[in-house]
Structure formats: structure tokens, C-alpha cells
Write a protein that binds this ligand. Sequence first.
Ligand code: CA
Ligand code: CA
Ligand code: CA
Ligand code: CA
Length: 374
Amino acid sequence: MADVTKYEYWTDWDSTRRTATPSTSGGSVSVKLTPTAAGSNQVYAKSYDKAGNSSDTTVYLFYANGPKTPDKPGDINGDGNADLWGVDKDGTLRRFYGAGDGTVTEAALTASNYTWNNTPITHRGDWNDDAYEDLIALRHDAALGTDRLWMHPNNGYGFACTDCVDGRNREELTVYDPNNDHWQGASQILAIGDVDGPLDTDGDGTIDTPGYPDLLVKTSDQLWLYYGAPDYRLDSYRDPVLLAAGDAMSDGGYTLAKITLAAPGDFTGDGQVDLAARFDIGGGLYLYDSINPDGPNGPDQVNPGHRVLLATGWTTANVPLFTAPPDANNNGKFDLWGTTPGSGRLRYFSDYIPGGYGPTTTASEAFTGYQAIS
Ligand SMILES: [Ca+2]
Ligand SMILES: [Ca+2]
Ligand SMILES: [Ca+2]
Ligand SMILES: [Ca+2]
């Protein structure tokens, strides 16, 4: 309509019809709208001419980003308590919400419509900038004969999207340089948090590179640190760093094939992400005090010179699967969840501090036959 004198508009969150008047007949007009919900929203508009004739209603669909306060580490449903994803004996991905006291309760609905047999999973941090913590998986592609890394966006309630109707799709994590693919046959992947943090790369006091989550990949004899990037290329900012090889983490001669890792966050409080590791045969549970090659401790820290013993008896026979929530009771001390041999019990190992830890209690009895937890 060329001689528009008035626009009328309303939205799907506010049905009140409001008007806006252009400064010249037929001109455009701007209005500011604030949706009340993240996700898809609609605006409806009609125009009127001088005589009061109206146009048809036009519908505009737009997508509002969610609140930018990121979920707390480990929290997959946004209630502030750390949660858990697990792959059950049938390969179904399930989600368990934490109560804030170390216990977890399975959500009414599963966390995926796909099958997750023999698929390592991990989560820490938001990989697609919607503030929801996402799931990373290493999946064997039988057709290609390769192992592929995928980021499954969280829908905000712990559903790990592969191809969700809201447009969230899984994204492959790849590398520009094929020589940087070190995850073929990897035994563990671990979303460790943001190791390098937000960066002031030109030193002018202003952050130029926002923080982004990073990923560890462990094969039978190599441990690699990958720096995550918004283009989902794991060598976009910089090449991966080999943190340890062979038996470098051990003074007992155990190679990386006999070590299982967990992500405790910043345990020592120096602003650097730490690493927990248990020796599957010997049973020692250790904390390596930082892993950042550019951190205050310098490179090559993932060795016995930079670790403290947290506990003993953590053999695979005693604790088949474990993960760091990292803080399920919200007291700032890191915790672990671990399965129990021959039982569905998930145990809650609370509050590790240098030289001690809190009580061990029951988190759930629902974990019989689980293949993976994170
Ligand atoms: Ca939660
Ligand atoms: Ca996300
Ligand atoms: Ca990072
Ligand atoms: Ca705790």
C-alpha cells in the first residue's frame, strides 16, 4: 500500500493491538519489541491508508536468542544444579537431573531418539553460544570406517539434538589440517572446560577472543588438548597440543591406555582448569593442578611433578565408570559420581580438597548396565 498512514501490530506474546505512524505517508516506521521467551516468536502487522482501508495481516517469524547467562558447569536443564547424561545397556541416551545434594533423578523423557552404543560422550560448556551446555560424542561411522566427533546442541532441558524440529542440528567437529585428527580409535574424550580462557591477543586490555570450551582426546598412548572455536574446527585458533604421551602421567609405568580422566574444573582456585585422573589398575586417583600450556606453570605439567593424590582404591574393578559433575552440591568443592560393580548404584563421592574428601552417599540406583556416564 503506497499511502500508508498507520501500521497496526501485535505479537504472539502480547495480543494488544498497537499502532505506529510513519513520518511521511507510505513511509516505514521502527518499533522495538522485547519477546518474553527465547526461540521462535511471531509479529503480526497490518497497514491502513488514509481512508481506513486495511491490508491483509502479514506474519513475521523471528528467532530470539536465549538469556546469555550460561548454564553452570555440568547443568543441562538450567536449574543451577549439575546433571548427568548416560548411555544405558541398550544404547539409549538418558538424562538425569541433579537435586543439588548429589542425588540424581531420571527425567521423564529420554535425551535422544538415536542409538548411542559404544559412543563415548562428554559435556562441559556451551559450544553454540545459546548458553546451554552441549553434548560432545565420538561416534564410529561404519560407512566411512572412521571415528567422528559431533556436537549435539542441548535444547535447554538436556535433550541432545541431532536434528531437532526447532532447527538445532548436530554439528561435526573437524580440523582444517587432516594431520590434526588424533581421535581415530580414541578411548576417551573429555570436555574439560575453557583452558585458555578469553584472550586479549593484542595486549590492549580488551578481550578480543571470547572464551570457548576446549576438548581433551585420549588414545592408548597420547593425550591431546584441542582448542574449541565457533566454526567447529578444532585447529581454527591454534593446533592441538600433546599434553602427555606413553606413561608420562604415571610413575608406575602405566600408559594412557590404563588411565581414565575427569574434569574437576578449577580445583586449586588459581583460575586454571585442572585435570583428574585415575589409574585403572593401581587405583590411585590424582589431580593435576593445571594443564594450560600457556599458564603460570608453563607447558608440560601433566606429569607426576604436578599432581596430588586424592584417594586410593579407584580401580576399574571398584569404580567401573566415573565422571566429575563437577560440583553436585554447589559448595565449591569438586565431586565425583561413580558406578558400582554388580549393582545399579551410582555413588556420590563428595567434596575433594587437597588431603581429604567428604562422605560417599548413594546418588541413584538406576544405573545397572550403563555403558557410559558424563
Ligand atoms: Ca540441572
Ligand atoms: Ca549450547
Ligand atoms: Ca578455550
Ligand atoms: Ca561439592
